[in-house]
Write a protein that binds this ligand. Sequence first.
Ligand code: GLA
Length: 383
Amino acid sequence: MSRPLSPTPPMGWNSWNTFSWNVNEELILSTAEYMVSEGLLDAGYEYVVIDDCWSEKQRENGRLVPDRKKFPNGIRPIADRLHSLGLKLGIYSCAGTHTCGGFPGSFEHEFTDADTFAEWGVDYLKYDYCYKPDSADGENLYRRMGMALRCCGRDIVLSACCWGKDEVHKWIRHTGAQLFRSTGDIRDNWDSIKTIALSQLDKTYFSAPYCHNDLDMLVVGMHGKSDNSWIADVVGGCSDTEYKTHFALWALMSSPLMVGCDIRNMKPSTKNILLNKDIISIDQDIECRGPYVIRQWNNPQKVFALVKPLYDGSYAIGMFNFGDRTNEMSLQLYDMGLPVSSGRGLSLYDCYSHKDTGVFSERIVQNIPSRDCMVFKARAVRL
Ligand code: GLA
């Protein structure tokens, strides 16, 4: 047992964004090998999550059964292999009668299913919200699975996935869940990234150690490649700049980081984004504080900074330009609580060049290209 679980946002890979219904043993095991060989495990990505569509369509003797074609050897050997690589296994079920893909859900089977997952060596359960009977109370259903996992004899993270419905941020912590999806499903396009991030700017303070606001799986590096055309979207994915900004937003907002691309075929630029240790360290800061927002006075909707206090006394500063042309951000240090009269300025470290960039007093002025961002770690110093 390794409780307490998930002091910081969980990191890993999830099958849904790229493979959706096409999950199978070979995919999961080969992905796991690449998690290790590509350096993802070393960077902190430890969960390999099999999303929806892994089971037979019917229970047998009241139990969930892995699809015999996709998982001919069952789930246990996969868990064993992952554990031998230093990884952890995640699986998926649903609080309703069926999963979103139409497979059996855990409604009224919560305790049996939690025991089954424990027997299989599962470490993480993504728990969805489709086909919830109208008469059932959602909060109670998450309490139930929270309870079932807490008495199944194994440490299993509960990843609640009710898409921000029913004011989930107000009650999810009480259910024992370690993370909660706060928005609808992400798609591989800039609009989706932007909409999700903006919708949660005023809700990151509900996120804290042991229970994290999940902005959904990453689309970084998908570039429009998915078996699921709804996720891939007609525009064919995002640019590397947009993926870079997406990753920075998720990190500044302390979201779980679940990779959604095919990591067996990553471009160097994708690896660069996903393996940026400085950005990851902002996401994984042990205090898990949500950021506050400082908007550019003359362009407040498109240009803004997120400021997140870090455990070591420094601050992460992300400057974002959601506009369609280069825009200036002029961050007044006064707005961060650093008036000129303090005799102090900010010493900056650039999280992309990985270099110190000098000491700034009064303000930090930067030109930020369209849909790009800058991320710094900043420390107050005497001038
Ligand atoms: C919902 C979830 C997704 C994914 C699918 C699977 O839409 O929000 O993340 O798990 O179900 O069917």
